[in-house]
Design a protein around this ligand. Structure first.
Ligand SMILES: [Zn+2]
Ligand SMILES: [Zn+2]
Length: 187
């Protein structure tokens, strides 16, 4: 790791060392509070965590994002200058976290680390970048978008009614016959 790393967002701003957790050293930007976590440091912290610690995750208080909407221009890794790729982390979290395509270092804007921690996601960051996790997230998001669209189209009351009816229909032994009855032009 080079001695001087610059913030991938703020021009010509060197990152400084900061302890994110007692055993987790990161490089932080004094201007935007973003944090760069190397794979080595993350691995060290992750390995140092005992099973007992693993449950100290979810705090109930909701955290709101301090960072602004990320700049549209691509970010580059402060460690090796390879492109950083954005990854969604959860359905209802509006931000993406960045990972280096080369050294796998992780860049977190503002207080994203605290938010990930409050969700219990910080303890297993590598899982968030896996295909199964990302695909499951995309499926869940598509489903939610579909529901949102239907709700907007039907209206809340009718959407709830339709959903209730569908739930009843889906387990009904005469489902095909009922669908045929509903779909028939003339009764
Ligand atoms: Zn910065
Ligand atoms: Zn890198």
């Amino acid at each position: 790791m080079s001695l001087t790393m610059n913030c991938p967002i703020c021009p010509n701003t060197p990152l400084t060392t900061k302890l994110l957790e007692s055993e987790l050293s990161a490089m932080t930007c004094p201007t935007c509070s973003g944090n760069f976590i190397s794979t080595e440091n993350y691995g060290h912290w992750h390995d140092s965590r005992t099973e007992a610690h693993a449950s100290d995750q979810s705090t109930k208080e909701p955290l709101t994002l301090t960072s602004t909407e990320p700049a549209p221009k691509p970010k580059h890794c402060p460690n090796c200058n390879a492109p950083l790729f954005p990854y969604r982390v959860d359905q209802d979290l509006p931000f993406r976290i960045d990972r280096c395509s080369h050294c796998q270092g992780i860049w977190l804007d503002g207080n994203e680390w605290e938010i990930l921690k409050s969700r219990g996601l910080a303890i297993n960051l590598p899982r968030l970048f896996t295909d199964p996790y990302q695909h499951a997230l995309q499926r869940a998001e598509r489903k939610q978008l579909h529901e949102t669209n239907l709700r907007a189209r039907f209206g809340d009351a009718d959407y709830d009614r339709a959903r209730e009816f569908k739930a009843w229909l889906d387990t009904h032994p005469e489902r095909p016959a009922i669908i045929a009855y509903l779909s028939a032009e003339e009764q």
